[in-house]
Design a protein around this ligand. Structure first.
Ligand code: CA
Length: 224
């Protein structure tokens, strides 16, 4: 089935270029040129993935992302400017699953979209219960319980936590995490992993020792 993508990008020539490339790859593309229109569209229709530029008239991309995420788990990729590191962190904090820095090669954007869509498909197929200490992940229902309470996680947070728990007592390197959760194959300069670990830690606050341990210079581990 053809996948539907919502593109929110105010620069018309860039929008048109991305649109054509995506259509060429057999995606169905809807384009909005303004943050408010984009938000409205994202909430009224169902898409497989959203591509949101950060610098937008009406409502900026980070805010669009935050408001969409409050209501939906749809995968979101932000398009950010080269120097705007703050935008990227803010975007990830607002619930974006990934970002790509402008100007980007269209192949790179397509690769990111494919990997994000693969992740969605992949996690729909397995069914099992994973338990590590006070945390239980029900992969059939996507429900995560921590210290007896239900946790609200975004899709990416869920994938990351699941990976760490599937590999309990084994250190997951940042490279492994990037490849498994975000689908990157090459070394990409990105801090998505650290930002997402921070999200999870905030949600996994506990009186006991920290749930996710940092192994300095290597990666992260969850121990039984
Ligand atoms: Ca823009």
């Amino acid at each position: 089935m053809q996948k539907k993508i919502l593109l929110i990008e105010d620069e018309k020539n860039i929008a048109r270029f991305i649109e054509l490339e995506l259509m060429h790859e057999r995606f169905i593309v809807t384009t909005c040129y303004d943050g408010r229109d984009g938000l409205e569209k994202a909430l009224e229709e169902t898409f497989d993935c959203l591509l949101i530029d950060v610098m937008l008239p009406g409502l900026n991309g980070v805010e669009v992302c935050r408001r969409v995420r409050a209501k939906s788990d749809v995968p979101i990729i932000l398009l950010t400017a080269r120097d705007a590191i703050m935008d990227r962190v803010a975007g990830l904090d607002a619930g974006a699953d990934d970002y790509i820095v402008k100007p980007f090669a269209i192949e790179e954007l397509l690769a990111r979209i494919r990997s994000i869509l693969r992740r969605v498909n992949k996690s729909e197929t397995k069914e099992e219960l994973i338990q590590v200490r006070e945390l239980i992940i029900d992969t059939a229902s996507y429900e995560v319980t921590f210290e007896g309470k239900k946790l609200e996680l975004t899709k990416t947070e869920y994938d990351l936590l699941k990976l760490l728990c599937e590999n309990k007592n084994r250190v997951c390197t940042r490279e492994l995490i990037l490849e498994s959760v975000w689908g990157y194959q090459s070394e990409v300069e990105t801090n998505v992993v650290d930002v997402y670990i921070r999200h999870l830690r905030t949600k996994l606050k506990t009186e006991k020792s920290p749930y996710i341990e940092t192994v300095r210079g290597v990666g992260y581990v969850v121990r039984e």
